[in-house]
Ligand binder design. Structure first.
Ligand code: NAI
Length: 345
């Protein structure tokens, strides 16, 4: 029996995971707490842990898990910036769900953008109180505007296709541009200067952390709309706030926030929020915040559960290759064992 400690369990996680694991030799221990150095003991007796975006899987946690006999970290997300993959190498295999519904995230980015630009959130509140005034609700046409997309992977490309449908000019920056893709790649600097809307779809790495900062905002068009459905750390939130206060940034649509881990996914209504920066951003009339919700569709939840269960089973098969394994050597032609159809270690 494969026993899996399932950290940071939400109400919406259980049904899909139980459905896909029902017929398998697998048991989930659903835990509401997040994984960190204080909660790692709760995985005692389990062979695997299943974690999400705000669990802390650093070297200390990995060492503790290893001592306790845990041999697999199964991320139920695509992003893995919260896992020290290098520290895990040689000890615990790490797997993720590379694509569960890029449509869910791209469509959420568009939903935020339309809501913000056409002031739907304001109109919704007004008409509920029978306030039918249109004052302050003027938006702008998407048609003919330039949208700059940073990161042209699975989600970025779907987002670009939707934008083309609106008749927008789409330009993009990617650290690893795809040749022959027909994408109009420009430098990051040119993207900042030309875009009416900027949408972030690249991973959080040392290189991309705070790529939206005071200096990049200074180079943007006045009134630029910034959309982030990727990772909070891509934006220096203090610089964003200053950009909004200076009327340089016209609007911000944020599904992620750098310090989200203690706040997002929780009901904090009735509590005093300790994060002054987040409170200030939320109080701005031109900022929309959703709490890391972009992935949350029926299709995505089913795909996450189905792939995670398959990933876990494949890793406990004797000598089998772990499906969707991540290691810091993966992709490195010289050193990558997976490319030679072997286990990473
Ligand atoms: P992907 O791996 O298909 O695409 C990422 C793209 O970013 C690639 O084209 C890559 O070359 C590019 N990239 C890498 N380093 C870069 C850099 N320094 N500058 C510019 N581009 C760079 O990933 P996918 O599936 O499109 O996901 C994108 C991001 O969306 C993920 O990293 C994750 O953080 C975020 N995400 C957010 C979700 C949410 O619920 N808000 C759900 C799923 C993913």
């Amino acid at each position: 029996m494969i026993k899996v400690a399932f950290y940071d369990t939400r109400e919406y996680d259980k049904p899909s995971f139980e459905r896909y694991s029902e017929q398998k030799d697998m048991e989930f221990r659903f835990l509401e707490t997040k994984l960190n150095e204080d909660t790692v003991e709760l995985a005692r007796g389990c062979n695997a842990v299943c974690v999400f975006v705000n669990d802390t899987v650093n070297a200390a946690v990995i060492d503790r898990l290893y001592e306790m006999g845990v041999r697999l970290i199964a991320l139920r997300s695509a992003g893995y910036n919260n896992v020290d993959v290098q520290a895990a190498f040689g000890k615990i295999h790490v797997v993720h769900v590379p694509a569960y519904s890029p449509y869910a995230v791209a469509e959420h980015a568009i939903a935020l953008l339309l809501t913000s630009v056409r002031r739907i959130h304001k109109a919704y509140n007004r008409t509920r109180e029978f306030n039918f005034s249109l004052n302050g609700l003027t938006g702008f046409d998407f048609h003919g505007k330039t949208v700059g997309v940073i990161g042209t992977g699975k989600i970025g490309r779907i987002f670009m296709d939707i934008c083309r449908g609106f008749g927008m000019h789409v330009i993009a920056y990617d650290r690893f541009p795809s040749p022959d893709s027909g994408i109009d790649y420009v430098s990051l600097d040119e993207l900042f200067q030309r875009s009416d809307i900027i949408s972030l779809h690249c991973p959080l790495t040392d290189e991309t952390r705070h790529m939206i900062n005071a200096s990049s905002i200074a180079r943007m068009k006045k009134g630029v709309v910034i959309v982030n459905t990727s990772r909070g750390g891509l934006i220096d939130a203090e610089a964003l706030l200053q950009g909004i206060k200076a009327r340089k940034v016209g609007a911000a649509c944020l599904d992620v926030y750098e310090e989200e881990s203690d706040v997002f996914f929780e009901d904090r209504s009735g509590h005093i929020l300790n994060d002054d920066l987040l409170s200030r951003l939320i109080s701005m009339p031109n900022v929309i915040v959703t709490s890391h919700q972009a992935f949350l569709t029926e299709e995505a939840l089913n795909n996450i559960a189905e792939t995670s269960v398959a990933n876990i089973l494949s890793c406990f098969e004797k000598d089998g290759i772990c499906d969707n394994e991540l290691c810091y050597r993966c992709g490195n032609i010289e050193r990558c064992k997976k490319e030679r159809k072997e286990r990473c270690f």
